[in-house]
Design a protein around this ligand. Sequence first.
Ligand code: IPM
Ligand code: MG
Length: 360
Amino acid sequence: MSKQILILPGDGIGPEIMAEAVKVLELVNSQFALDFELSYDLIGGAAIDQHGVPLADATLACARAADAVLLGAVGGPKWDALDRAIRPEKGLLKIRSELKLFANLRPAILYPQLAEASSLKPEVVSGLDILIVRELTGGIYFGAPRGIRTLENGERQGYNTLPYSESEIRRIARVGFEMARVRARKLCSVDKANVMESSQLWREVVEEVAKDYPDVELSHMYVDNAAMQLVRAPKQFDVMVTDNLFGDILSDEASMLTGSIGMLPSASLDAHNKGMYEPCHGSAPDIAGQGIANPLATILSVSMMLRYSFQRSDAADAIEQAVSRVLDQGLRTGDIFCAGNVRVGTQEMGDAVVAALGTL
Ligand code: IPM
Ligand code: MG
């Protein structure tokens, strides 16, 4: 039976990068006889314009029915002034939460060809291969109570809550350990246990789970130190597991080690490996419509989809090899461009990956 892939291009550069990822997906679909059927829908600002909400119920139903979801990016200044409840980002948070995609995998891998595009010295980043496992459906992103209230003295106060239950911590810790087990067997759990109770429980529960994984070396690090260590000596890390907010921040930081956030894919998985796949970067409204965005993070997200949701590492490897070959050819979008490279636009980059796939 054919597999249903729901494509949600979203806003800003979303539709541009998605068009290239879809070219790649359609090619591997036929090359590897994957029997994928693609359908399209709206999310974020595009959905607000059409339906008045950032994620329509019908779209959510399609996402539930699909075997995997591929998403571009959401948001933009056009929708910034809207009521908080219907901002584009709410659509993204809702689909993550409704589909119970609690495990967000964000690999930060340095392609050797991009060593000079990194903001760090080549020797500090060469060979870099980190996996950030970010908890995605809990913590301060979803915690209640939250809001903006007026105090008795008439002053307004914004407030949020950072709750983590044992079961939420346990299941994301397990993902961290399982991932570490098939890599370099090192897991660093990142928290702020010197200040926050939710982090103290996080650390305790991670320690409990560690008993089931004696083959994995566990360490703990405060998030401020982790942010510093990531730029000081990033190769000390193998897998990092952390909460929703810290993971959001650290994954942006880690992305720059690899040359550009335009290179970073991600997978968001539920307990049964049903997943949504999206680049880690945002909708970049400042460059939207110019045809210069880097489509590689989205193309590499297709590769993660093949690997995690469909166990097709053959097709996933082929995409990664094709990307590497294109980088060998010196082709670069502006975000990863260095002197001596060939500057290309979004479409040329996508076409080059498609061409490379054809010659593998
Ligand atoms: C990400 C993004 C989102 C997040 C935004 C767009 C809501 O920054 O996927 O990292 O904060 O999770
Ligand atoms: Mg982010």
